[in-house]
Design a protein around this ligand. Structure first.
Ligand code: ADP
Ligand code: MG
Length: 736
């Protein structure tokens, strides 16, 4: 298994992507490192569970849990000398402590501190449980800064001086597992680091000026100077980059040895398609199409990433590619991550396909058994020329007659293995084999050249052309790192008649204004979305909460409006019906969970209110916002959050960035800045993007070195092969 996925606790400050949090296993654990964390002193079942939520299960995981920053060295001050905004440390005694709860979601703990120079109120937010530990008489060292007449605490130590020390590592943590606890545990695990074997030969280490892995781990967690931590990080980054580049190099070689159907020049069908579109394609779309056409004319399978912001018009390009397969007498398939999206795409595609006389089918696991079987049969017989679906498309029982072009939408939501399965689906179909006499083949009676060719087609390196699409723009360096030899096309600008979405951020106290704005826009005949975060454990409770919220809104802010409620628990027919009614303007407002995040396309919906917007990740908010602004009308996105003081710095930065810009690339850079590259691509991206140590902004030269070293090492087996297999799913095939 490459990646363990853990759900984060709800509302986890700062890391509150309602997503799956991937933790890679770079450091191949020799036996000691593979030991479960409960072998550490003080770790019981409860703590073990909390650690598992962060993806930490073994000693090796813990040693690979990189600090996201280190405390800067700060001056020690006496209370009487506190002045200005600078960050300082003070050591003092607790005189008294009290907790106030001005709002349900806010607890303010204030401890009166004294040293021999004076007294001050030290303030902690939402850590009421600390009150027990800050009993009068307790000695405490706190690090933070003056805010008005109070001292805002950033970190603290009771007795020891671990968290407030200069260069103290600060770890990614969770609500019920503070950085401090993690620091302690890492300390307990650190002796194991000494025994870590080094996969890099000494000569290579010398050439690259890298410390041993054991030293690197020590430096990472217990640096004496900042440069030391950086050296350690750089070594571990080199390892992970090398593993990636080895995998990519080997995959590239395998791909060069596979064969795809040659589709030749664009023909009559795509010409009709162009005429049938109610608009002409933009220069950006034409550019992408030219690149795709060139790929489809070659025998090497296309592996192209089409990047374009939400609403930039990727789907139109995708359908073009699918139709190229159809006009060559073969099949095309579009795989998307959710049922809602599959249905949406199918509605769009079916309309135009009917016009073009191209049979297409929808295949999702939500279809009733009979329809499911019928769709499968149509795919297997080749009668269905285009299929649209979810993961259902890559289940074993689905066999394509002749798949030539596969499009994976929102590709980052699929894991490597799922994308791989799609390639395999194409391989299993007799891509270039004539479809005559299948029976002969089955009976084993095929003989002569034809039979041989057919068998070869079924067993050997054939693969369909694959187009990956993403609306989460990937900065160029990251694309290079993760995808290596993947070609990239970009739709940098949306169709011309779009006005940038006006985005506003209001706090809950002023949310009434947002709803007033919504009503005003609705009076002009437009429609709206209200998105609720509802990140609960089970889908059922989300559904219930969504319905409850819709009811509440119907009685309050949205009184008198026609309100529908969209969530993941609706049956497909219900969902289709709801979307059809919304499209037909029989509903004014759709109250929705994040299921509307991808693909919902109703140009008349021009307002979106996002409740508790601080709980979403940046990429996700950008995706959500992309549901409006899809027509020529002015659109609005209103982000509602808790009061500013209650938000983490990262949450504030996210919301401000969204207000400032609608440019997905700029937002991707901000996200990179805020989250580090590891999590940029969001969930289940594959082990590939889980760069824990690499910082692409500074590691470009390291990346280049890793590429060169990998090119030299790729052919021979080596000590990193186990890691490569782990990351690339053990099956070094063309995945991405
Ligand atoms: P994406 O998949 O990139 O989010 P879509 O392909 O769904 O974007 O396109 C968004 C909207 O823009 C759709 O309603 C689509 O019909 C429309 N659209 C696409 N291309 C053009 C174009 N060249 N001119 C005008 N509208 C377009
Ligand atoms: Mg799309």
């Amino acid at each position: 298994m490459v990646v363990t996925s853990t759900r984060l606790p709800t509302g986890f400050a700062g890391l509150d992507q309602p997503d799956v949090w991937p933790v890679p296993r770079w450091l191949v654990p020799p036996r000691a490192l593979a030991r479960p964390l409960r072998t550490l002193p003080g770790v019981g079942t409860t703590l073990e569970k909390k650690l598992a939520k962060l993806g930490l299960e073994t000693i090796g995981d813990l040693l690979g849990h990189a600090p996201h920053r280190y405390e800067a060295p700060v001056p020690e001050r006496r209370i009487a000398d506190l002045f200005g905004e600078e960050e300082v440390a003070i050591t003092a005694e607790v005189l008294s402590v009290r907790v106030r709860r001005p709002r349900r979601s806010l607890a303010i703990l204030a401890a009166r501190l004294a040293d021999d120079s004076g007294q001050i109120d030290a303030v902690w937010f939402n850590q009421a449980w600390l009150a027990d530990k800050l009993q009068p008489g307790t000695r405490v060292r706190v690090r933070g800064h003056l805010r008005g007449r109070d001292f805002n605490v950033r970190s603290y130590d009771l007795g020891d001086a671990a968290a407030t020390a200069d260069f103290a590592p600060v770890y990614p943590a969770s609500e019920d597992l503070p950085p401090k606890k993690i620091r302690e545990l890492v300390g307990a695990a650190l002796p194991y680091a000494r025994g870590v074997p080094d996969p890099l030969p000494a000569r290579l280490r010398d050439e690259e000026a890298l410390p041993t892995r054991a030293d690197a781990l020590q430096a990472l967690h217990r640096p004496l100077r900042e440069e030391q931590a950086e050296e350690g990080r750089r070594r571990l980054a080199f390892d992970e980059l090398l593993v990636l580049q080895l995998g990519i190099a080997r995959r590239g070689r395998e791909r060069a040895a596979t064969v795809a159907p040659v589709l030749g020049e664009p023909g009559e069908l795509v010409a009709r398609y162009r005429r049938a579109l109610p608009f002409s394609l933009t220069a950006e779309q034409e550019g992408a199409i030219r690149e795709i056409d060139a790929d489809l004319a070659a025998t090497i399978p296309m592996q192209r990433l089409l990047q374009g912001d939400v609403g930039s018009g990727k789907t139109v390009v995708a359908l073009y590619a699918l139709l190229r397969a159809v006009e060559a007498g073969r099949q095309g398939a579009l795989m998307v991550p959710t049922e809602t999206l599959a249905e949406q795409h199918f509605l769009t595609l079916e309309g135009i396909c009917r016009e073009l006389d191209v049979p297409c089918v929808l295949l999702t696991s939500a279809l009733p058994a009979k329809e499911h079987a019928a769709a499968r049969a149509a795919i297997a017989s080749g009668e269905a020329r285009i299929s649209v679906g979810t993961h259902a498309l890559i289940e074993e029982q689905v066999a394509f007659a002749d798949l030539a072009v596969a499009v994976v939408d929102e590709q980052h939501r699929f894991g490597v293995s799922q994308r791989q399965a799609l390639v395999a689906a194409g391989r299993a179909s007799g891509i270039s084999a004539p479809r005559a006499k299948p029976a002969a083949l089955l009976n084993g009676t095929a003989s002569g050249a034809e039979g041989v060719e057919q068998r070869a087609a079924l067993s050997e390196g054939r693969a369909p052309h694959v187009l990956h699409m993403t609306a989460t723009p990937i900065p160029r360096t990251l694309a290079l790192t993760v995808y290596g030899d993947l070609q990239v096309s970009e739709i940098a600008r949306p169709p011309a008649d779009r006005k940038p979405i006006v985005t506003r951020w209001v706090t809950e106290e002023r949310s009434a204004e947002a709803y007033r704005r919504l009503r005003k826009v609705l009076e002009t005949g437009r429609q709206a979305y209200v998105v609720c975060p509802l990140i609960e454990e089970s889908e059922t409770s989300v559904a219930r909460a969504a319905e409850a919220e819709a009811d509440r809104l119907r009685a309050a802010e949205l009184r008198g409006l026609r309100v529908g409620c969209l969530h993941g628990r609706l049956r497909p027919a219900e969902r289709r019906d709801l979307m059809a009614r919304f499209r037909a303007r029989e509903l004014d407002v759709l109250v929705a969970t994040t299921v509307i995040e991808v693909g919902v396309d109703v140009p008349n919906a021009t307002v979106m209110i996002v409740q508790e917007a601080d709980r979403f990740g940046l990429a996700q908010l950008h995706q959500l916002r992309g549901r409006v602004g899809r027509g020529a009308e002015q659109s609005y996105c209103l982000l509602v959050s808790r009061a500013r003081e209650e938000l983490t710095d990262a949450a504030v930065a996210r919301l401000e960035a969204l207000v400032r810009t609608t440019d997905g690339f700029e937002l991707a850079e901000v996200d990179l800045e805020l989250r580090g590259e590891g999590q940029l691509l969001g969930t289940r991206q594959s082990g590939l993007s889980d760069l824990k140590f690499t910082r692409l902004r500074v590691d470009r030269p390291l990346l280049e070195r890793a590429r060169e070293v990998a090119a030299a090492l790729a052919d021979a087996p080596g000590p990193l092969d186990a890691d490569v297999d782990r990351v690339f799913g053990g099956e070094r095939e063309l995945a991405v």
